[in-house]
Design a binder for this molecule. Sequence first.
Ligand code: IPM
Ligand code: MG
Length: 360
Amino acid sequence: MSKQILILPGDGIGPEITAEAVKVLELASEKFSLGFELHHDVIGGAAIDRHGVPLADSTLALARKVDAVLLGAVGGPKWDKIERDIRPERGLLKIRSQLGLFGNLRPAILYPQLADASSLKRDIVAGLDILIVRELTGGIYFGSPRGTRELENGERQAYDTLPYSESEIRRIAKVGFEMAQVRGKKLCSVDKANVLASSQLWREVVEQVAQGYPDIELSHMYVDNAAMQLVRAPKQFDVIVTDNMFGDILSDEASMLTGSIGMLPSASLDANGKGMYEPCHGSAPDIAGQGVANPLATILSVSMMLRYSFAQTEAAAAIEQAVSRVLDQGLRTGDIWSEGCKKVGTREMGDAVVAALRNL
Ligand code: IPM
Ligand code: MG
């Protein structure tokens, strides 16, 4: 039976970048005889407009049925005033949690062609290759109770909860160790164990899991120090494993080391390797509809999909190589542009990757 893929473009620049990634996906399917069948649906603000909720039950049911999901980005000012529980971001959090996509892989790789696009000095970032493993279905994003209450003095107080169970920590720690095993054999667990109870348990459980991976060099770092080390000496890291909120923050920071958040793909995997693939960046409402967004993070997310959901290593590598060729040709969207390069729009960039992939 053919492999089913669900495409959820979302909002803002989501539809523009996803359209380019779909062209690449369709070509890869044809070139490598993968026989993919694509389905299209809505999520986020687009789903609110169509169904009144950011993730319709029918969309969730389809997402459960398919083999992989490709997602653009969600959210935008149009839906900012909506009640918190049905905002576009809730649709994204719901699909992550309902599909059990707890393991979020966010590689930050510096393409040598972009060394000058990074805000850090070339020698600090040259050759950078970090993988952030972010826990994606637990912690403060999902903890209860949460809400707003009125204090005795009449002022409002808002609160969130940051819970982590041993099993949640254990399974993401294992992903971290396993990724380290196929990479540089170094794992840094990032927490705030000097302050947070959830982080103390996190550190304890990571230590236990480490017993099963004697070949991996494990270190622990507080998140504030990790944020600092990432800009001071990022190449000290191989794999970083961390909780949901710290991973959200550190992956944005790491993206700037690579030149632009427009370059960062991600994979979110369940316990059986089923995955959803999305760029790490958001819907960028400020540039939506202008055809200037960088589609490479989404195109590279397709490559991660081929690698992790379909074990198509050759096709995945071909897409990465096509991206590299296009950068070699000097084509740059605005976010990665530097003197001497040719500035192109979203579609031109997508077309160039398609052409490069076709000619490989
Ligand atoms: C990300 C995004 C999301 C997150 C938002 C859009 C809810 O920032 O994927 O990093 O915080 O997880
Ligand atoms: Mg984020």
